[in-house]
Design a protein around this ligand. Sequence first.
Ligand code: ATP
Ligand code: MG
Length: 333
Amino acid sequence: TPRVFSGIQPSGGLTLGNYLGAIKRFVDMQGSGVETIYCVVDMHAITVWQDPAALVRQTRELTAGYLAAGLDPTRSILFNQSQVAEHAQLGWIFNCVARLGWMNRMTQFKDKAGKNAEKASLGLYAYPALMAADILLYHATHVPVGEDQKQHVELTRDIAAKFNHDFGTEFFPMTEPVIEGAATRVMSLRDGSKKMSKSDPSDASRINMTDDADAIAKKIRKAKTDPEPLPSEAAGLAERPEARNLVNIYAALSEQTVEQVMAEVGGKPFSEFKPLLADLAVEKLAPISTEMARYMQDPAEIDRILKDGAGRARAIAAPILQKTYEIVGMVGA
Ligand code: ATP
Ligand code: MG
C-alpha cells in the first residue's frame, strides 16, 4: 500500500499557506487504502531559535490545527518528531551519506541563513538530511508538500539512491513528491515575490489560521496589488504575481480551477474581488479556528494523541532503523 509522510514545523502559528499547501491536502489523502503519517517536526523548528514555552504552545497548536482541519488520529498517525528518536538516529547516518556540495545548493538554507550565514546553526544546514530521514524512516512512497519543499524531496531521493548504491542494496525507495492544486506556493500579501511563511516578521504578510474575520478582511483589503482590474482570462495573470496569488487562493479555497474562478470574477476591480475573497476565506477558516480553540482547551488530550501516535510511528520506524544499522555494519545485540 502507498504510504504518505509529511510534516510541519511548530515554528510559529499556522498560515493560510500551510493550510492550502499542506494540511488541506493531508486531509484529502487520508483513507482510501493509503497509510498516512503526519508529523509535528519540532526538531526542525529548533534549527532557528525557539523560546521553549512558545515551542510547547506551538506544538500543541499545530496538532490542534491538524485535528481541527480533519486529520483523524484513528486513521492517520499524528506525532511529534522528537518523541521518535529514530529520526535523529537515521538523520546522523544520512549526514554521512549526503555530500557538502549537495547541501550547498539548497535554496532554503540560503534564504533562512540570510547574509550572515556564519551565524546560522549547523542544524539549519543539515536540515534536509534530517528531512530525508523523516521520510525514509517509514519507507514513505509519497510526500505531499508545497512547491518550496520540492528541492528537499529531490535531495531525499539523491540520499536514498546514494545509500542504495554505496551499500549495494535496494533498501530505500524513491519517494515521490506530491505538489498539486492551485495553491502549492501561496505568496506573501506584502510582496508577490516571497512565499507566505509563518516565520515572516511581518504579520500583515500572512493570514494566520487563528485570525478573526476582521483581521482576515483587513489583511486582504491591504494586500499589495497592481492598480489594474483582474484580467478577463487566466492567461492575463502570467505577469501579475499579486493578482495571480489572490486568484490562486480563491481557487484553492473554493476547490475550483483558476479557469473556473476567472469565469466568475474576470474583469472585476480589486475593490470588488477582495471582499469576495475575504468572505470566502472567513467562511472556510472560521470553523477550523473555532475547532482549534476548542482542542486547545484540553492540552492533556492533545499530548495523549501525540504520545499514542509516537508509539505507532516507532513501531514502523524501529525495524527500518535496525535494518539500516545492519546494512551499514553497526554491531548490535
Ligand atoms: P517557516 O517560515 O518556519 O519555514 P513555513 O510557513 O514555511 O514556516 P513549514 O513548516 O516550513 O512552514 O512547511 C510546512 C509545509 O507547508 C510544507 O509542506 C511547505 O511546503 C508548506 N508551505 C509552507 N509555506 C507555504 C506556502 N506559502 N504555500 C504553500 N505551501 C506552503
Ligand atoms: Mg518553511
